[in-house]
Design a binder for this molecule. Structure first.
Ligand SMILES: *Cc1c(COP(=O)(O)O)cnc(C)c1O
Length: 427
């Protein structure tokens, strides 16, 4: 993968809020903010380092609470230009934290069970959060074309965000995704390219494109803009805590595709503690995968530090990344917080989608079936403590993965008269 070089000083015309530098997650080497993603010393992944030293806790809390009902209420904690609110952005976030009492009863949870329902975002998945960040970084760095490799939801989020912000978009997906995801990605008018291969092939292709003149000047939200993109996931942690009344949950169940979201939820929680916005106490992070794509779960259970790639085969296509970039970091976090990583079968995913719909009126995509199914399994196995406050993420909308619940339909078909209705036995 090509490593781009950067100027030795930050471009003074680029205002990236409290973001101070890019820092290597492996060796700690720091470089100025720019559209780079790999360390020039060790090729490790770069992430945003902040300077929050000027913040006073109560002032910051007030500023956040009086902010807009979207992710930009947390602008002081994000690497975006300060005047972002004036720019056309799809403004995702501030989705519902649903107190799931019916589901809690079914699962035997007594400590409070919540579903963070990110299907409420503009393109119906959590991906709007990360794209909203990446597009502001793209704007700051002067890109005019936005691109990505996607398992489906990201393609739609990039298409919508680019349309609204006036960027060209050209995104890449595996050619055999769900119809709902394909239409959702194409409808915004950008270019959508199906690649004959799985997500890992698509991702490899994009890495090649980025080093080629054909991709020059393109902002790949999850490659050369990845450090900025990834920070969008922190807003899930911020919202959950603020919606709980500025309190850390005891346990969070998070789906894993590349693992980025899980690592940034942990980063977000740690920042809230560091800033004094929540009281410090231990929390556990649990990762959820489908059995048909469970490289991180397998490594966790076998006690390995290395994640061995798999060839995905599951209905949870949005999570079907066989070689997850953040896998090793997910293992660290699950172990450090005394959480776990677990997986469920496709049948268990479908059961869990139906369970959540029947108990809480939330129609989740397959990724939500994975988190709810894993939550159930972890409780049954005595790994997740039902007496503790638990938050389960639903990251996408069931309308995009209708095939997964095919066969769900009419209870009866009748003639339009009362006799026929009585015969159906529904009275
Ligand atoms: C992309 C995605 C995730 C998680 O992605 P990471 O790569 O692990 O950050 C979770 N749920 C859905 C529905 C997604 O589309």
């Amino acid at each position: 993968m090509a490593v781009q070089t950067v100027e030795s000083t930050t471009n003074p015309t680029v205002d990236l809020g409290p973001a101070a530098a890019l820092s290597c997650r492996e060796c700690g080497h720091r470089v100025p903010l720019g559209p780079v993603f790999a360390c020039e010393e060790c090729f490790g992944p770069l992430e945003i380092a902040y300077d929050f030293s000027a913040y006073e806790t109560e002032e910051l809390r007030k500023k956040i609470e009086s902010g807009p009902a979207n992710i930009w209420r947390y602008a002081p904690l994000l690497p975006v230009p300060a005047d972002v609110a004036d720019k056309p952005n799809i403004n995702p976030g501030w989705t519902k934290l649903v107190k799931a009492d019916n589901l809690a009863r079914e699962l035997g949870v007594t400590g409070g069970l919540y579903v963070k329902d990110d299907s409420g975002n503009p393109t119906h998945s959590f991906k709007d959060r990360v794209v909203a960040q990446a597009i502001e970084a793209a704007r700051a760095f002067g890109f005019t074309t936005l691109s990505c490799s996607s398992t489906g939801n990201l393609a739609g989020a990039v298409g919508a965000a680019a349309a609204r912000a006036g960027f060209r978009s050209c995104v890449f997906i595996p050619h055999d995704l769900e119809q709902g995801k394909v239409v959702m990605a194409a409808i915004y008018g950008g270019d959508l390219v199906g690649i004959e291969g799985n997500y890992d092939d698509v991702n490899r292709f994009c890495s090649e494109l980025i080093g080629d003149p054909a991709g020059e000047g393109w902002g790949f939200v999850n490659v050369n803009l990845r450090p900025y993109y990834a920070e969008g996931s922190k807003t899930l942690a911020y919202e959950i805590c603020e919606q709980l009344g500025w309190r850390l949950p005891d346990q969070i169940v998070v789906p894993i595709a590349s693992g980025s979201q899980l690592t940034k939820i942990d980063k977000g929680l740690k920042e809230l503690i560091q800033l004094g916005l929540v009281e410090d106490k231990p929390y556990k992070i649990f990762g959820a995968q489908a059995e048909g794509c469970s490289p991180v779960s397998v490594a966790f259970k076998e006690g390995h530090d290395v994640v061995r790639p798999q060839k995905p085969d599951t209905i949870a296509k949005s999570l079907a990344i066989g070689n997850p970039a953040d896998g090793p970091y997910v293992l660290d976090i699950a172990r450090r917080t005394a959480g776990a990583v677990e997986d469920v079968t496709d049948d268990q995913i479908v059961d869990a989608i139906k369970l959540l719909a029947r108990t809480e009126g939330i129609f989740a995509e397959t990724a939500g079936g994975v988190t709810v199914g894993v939550t159930r399994k972890l409780i049954e196995n005595g790994v997740l403590d039902p007496t503790k406050t638990t938050v389960v993420l639903n990251t996408g909308d069931g309308l995009k993965t209708l095939d997964a619940v095919a066969g769900t339909g009419l209870t009866a078909t009748i003639r339009p008269n009362l006799d026929s209705f009585r015969e159906a036995g529904l009275a």
